[in-house]
Design a protein around this ligand. Structure first.
Ligand SMILES: [Zn+2]
Length: 61
């Protein structure tokens, strides 16, 4: 099973529904993988408006 990235919040998961924002608009066509461990301290997390740790795609098509 392929990993998919949420088009809404860019969270990567194996699930058919995004576990973070419950969106069903997921895509397996994404580039870049960012692992956010400490959202409060991560400049990337702030730029992406990510507030929870997890794995996120940089770009989702
Ligand atoms: Zn989402």
């Amino acid at each position: 099973m392929n990993e998919k990235a949420c088009r809404e919040c860019h969270l990567i998961s194996y699930k058919p529904v995004c576990p973070r924002c419950k969106a069903t608009s997921l895509s397996d066509d994404f580039t870049g993988l960012v692992i956010i461990i400490n959202p409060e301290r991560s400049a990337i997390a702030q730029a992406m408006k990510v507030k929870e740790k997890g794995r996120y795609a940089l770009r989702v098509r």
